[in-house]
Design a protein around this ligand. Structure first.
Ligand SMILES: Nc1nc2c(ncn2[C@@H]2O[C@H](COP(=O)(O)OP(=O)(O)O[C@H]3O[C@H](CO)[C@@H](O)[C@H](O)[C@@H]3O)[C@@H](O)[C@H]2O)c(=O)[nH]1
Ligand SMILES: [Mg+2]
Length: 194
């Protein structure tokens, strides 16, 4: 059995304004055997799901472009980011979530998705685990223009682009969202659009 290296965990709520920010104070045993007390702030917004939507006939993929305030505060001048279609689980299972988000954000009603991996988004600060999918789309699956939920003031531009052009953007450093980079590289490694 693994030896427990944390004890005396105390959780203090710092904010529950929209999502939940806590400060965790706990005793941690260092590798050298000594115990120290550590503080870590942890932000809990639930888990998420994202998908790379690809069309094997047209050799295109669908991405989104939207304003992301945190990036605007850190180097991204206009604040707009090109990303995969993604959303928060909102109590759905990951598969239902990503099928719902695909219809809301980019306007395609897809049925078959394939889970390729799950991973922690930012393990030093977020509890969030992200569920990654790929899914094929065709033109006849289009049911609306996408754009996101008006009730939440989502304002999502839908980009359908040749896979090759997106890879050029990736190589030029124009794709700056980790989840998007990971799935584009998955598509390259597994030759989804060769
Ligand atoms: N009022 C308010 N609304 C918020 C806040 N944060 C988010 N929202 C609303 O909640 C919506 C969340 O939309 P989703 O599509 O479900 O999530 P997402 O923002 O695209 O999140 C995806 O990407 C994130 C990474 O940037 C992931 O963290 C997340 O898991 C998911 O994959 C936003 O459009 C916005 O309307 C907030 O602090 N206040
Ligand atoms: Mg989203």
């Amino acid at each position: 059995m693994a030896i427990k290296r944390i004890k005396n965990i105390v959780s203090k709520l710092l904010s529950d304004n929209y999502y939940i920010l806590k400060k965790l104070t706990f005793d941690y045993q260092l590798t050298n055997g000594n115990w120290v007390t550590q503080d870590r702030e942890v932000y809990d917004r639930g888990d998420g799901a994202g998908i790379l939507l690809y069309n094997t006939q047209k050799k295109t993929i669908i991405l989104t472009k939207q304003f992301r305030m945190p990036t605007h505060l850190n180097d991204n001048k206009d604040g707009f980011l090109v990303e995969i279609c993604a959303g928060m689980l909102d109590k759905d299972n990951p598969e239902d979530c990503i099928i719902r988000e695909t219809e809301e954000e980019v306007g395609y009603r897809i049925k078959d998705v394939k889970k390729v991996f799950e991973a922690y988004s930012s393990p030093g600060v977020l509890t969030e685990k992200m569920h990654f999918f790929i899914g094929e789309y065709t033109d006849d699956m289009k049911v609306n223009e996408g754009g996101g939920l008006e009730s939440e003031h989502e304002d999502i531009e839908v980009l359908e682009m040749p896979f090759k052009s997106v890879i050029t953007m990736l190589n030029n450093g124009e794709i700056q969202d980790t989840r998007t980079i990971v799935l584009l590289q998955y598509a390259q490694i597994h030759k989804l659009l060769d």
